[in-house]
Design a protein around this ligand. Structure first.
Ligand SMILES: Cc1ncc(COP(=O)(O)O)c(C=O)c1O
Length: 397
């Protein structure tokens, strides 16, 4: 039989989805599964976006421009200007989700065996994109004890070698919920300039910040124009994960012109979804105010409920809608599977994402899970109650 590629063999399975067969089996047995494992918001998509698709009378669903429609890119630039990020339509390539922007970014700036430094734990699919690009992820540990703050710059510097091409951060972070301060961004900027590296920031959760904290984009820093690449998406901002629209933004002309060639190979981003995404930019501010208030109160409730559990440690998220939780178990993978296979309370169980898959260093995060607070408060309280009962039982087996 012809053999598959080495790359294919090394492609990591998603730690978020690998427990799905166990969840399906639990559901077949009649157990209700509360999903804390996946970042699919339950928030309604803005009506303006859905109406734009409903009211369209396209007769030929044609390809759009490779870089995305002109009017959409102009409107994205106007959206950024309101965030004090000054870019032009020509600095933007519309992509099929932030996912495609990430793979374009890696393909554009890195060759096989080049290295990219990423603070861990990180969005697990970075491993997948790096594997597909043949790029080596060099992790740098951020710790739950520090709430996952930026590791000291000196420890980044130790990892920079001749193959290092870029540093990638996720701000606010998935899975950590960490929001980098302006000071931390400035430190990273100095570092990439000193070593002539790229700084990629995945800012898909930009809107979701709490306690009045402000997001600071790498595109706001003067002097970083040739180094900064931003990955963005409508998925979480407008609860439009299924639209599959994102974008790659950089003021570096070589980056955009090269990424455009990758984009040409896949022809164009989806046409209908661009219409929806363009209309979504007219979403009134009150939508965000309400959504952020809802996430903030879910966050507060979740954290205070988790803190009641013995032996549980939680990093307080300041952004996005995830948190990393340390459990009094040795192997969170085993615990997560056991929750689905062997436990229920009042007919329900919970599905969590074991955090080891969010680390590149083997052995780290083994006793941690990631929780996404994308469910209503009542469900969150129930889920934590189930988690508490389950921990007691699991640790007495
Ligand atoms: C940090 C981060 N980046 C990128 C993505 C990709 O999202 P999409 O391709 O839906 O835009 C996600 C999705 O969960 C994410 O959490």
């Amino acid at each position: 039989m012809p053999s598959i590629s080495e790359k294919g063999r090394h492609m990591p399975a998603s730690p978020i989805r690998k427990l799905v067969p166990y969840a399906e089996a639990a559901k077949k047995k009649g157990t209700h599964v509360i999903h804390l494992n996946i970042g699919q918001p339950d928030i309604k998509t803005p009506k303006v976006a859905l109406d734009a698709v409903r009211n369209h009378n396209i007769e030929v669903l044609a390809y759009s421009m490779t870089e995305g429609s002109e009017t959409y890119r102009e409107k994205i630039a106007a959206y950024y200007a309101k965030k004090d990020i000054h870019v032009a339509a020509q600095d933007i390539i519309v992509t099929t989700g932030g996912s495609e922007a990430l793979s374009f970014a890696m393909g554009t700036i890195m060759d096989a065996e080049d290295e990219i430094i990423i603070p861990e734990p990180f969005y697990a699919n970075y491993n997948g994109f790096a594997t597909a690009a043949g790029v080596k992820v060099v992790p740098i540990v951020s710790k739950i004890e520090d709430n996952f703050a930026l590791p000291p710059i000196a420890s980044f510097e130790k990892l920079i070698g001749p193959k290092t091409k870029a540093i990638l951060i996720c701000n606010p972070g998935n899975p950590t919920g960490y929001l980098y301060s302006k000071e931390e961004i400035k430190q990273l900027a100095e570092l990439v300039k000193k070593h002539d590296l790229f700084l990629i920031a995945d800012e898909v959760y930009r809107e979701f910040t709490y306690e009045g904290k402000q997001h600071y984009s790498i595109l706001q820093l003067e002097g970083l124009e040739n180094h900064a690449i931003v990955v963005d998406s409508v998925s979480k901002r407008y609860s439009m994960c299924g639209a599959r629209i994102g974008c790659l933004v950089s003021k570096n002309r070589d980056v955009i012109q090269t990424a455009l060639k990758f984009a040409q190979a896949r022809l164009s981003p989806p046409t209908f979804a661009q219409i929806a995404s363009e209309a979504a930019l007219d979403t009134p501010q009150v939508y965000f105010d309400e959504v952020i208030e809802e996430y903030a109160s879910r966050r507060n409730l979740l954290i205070s409920e988790l803190k009641k559990l013995d032996g549980v440690k939680v990093a307080i998220p300041q952004g996005a809608f995830y948190c990393v939780v340390e459990l009094p178990v040795e192997d969170a993978d085993d615990f997560a599977q056991w929750l689905l296979e062997s436990f229920s309370f009042d007919g329900s169980t919970v599905m969590v994402a074991p955090a080891a898959g969010f680390y590149a260093t083997p052995g780290l995060g083994k006793n941690q899970i990631r929780i996404a607070y994308v469910l209503e408060k009542e469900q969150l309280v129930k889920a934590v109650q189930i988690l508490g009962k389950a921990l007691t039982k699991y640790n007495s087996l």
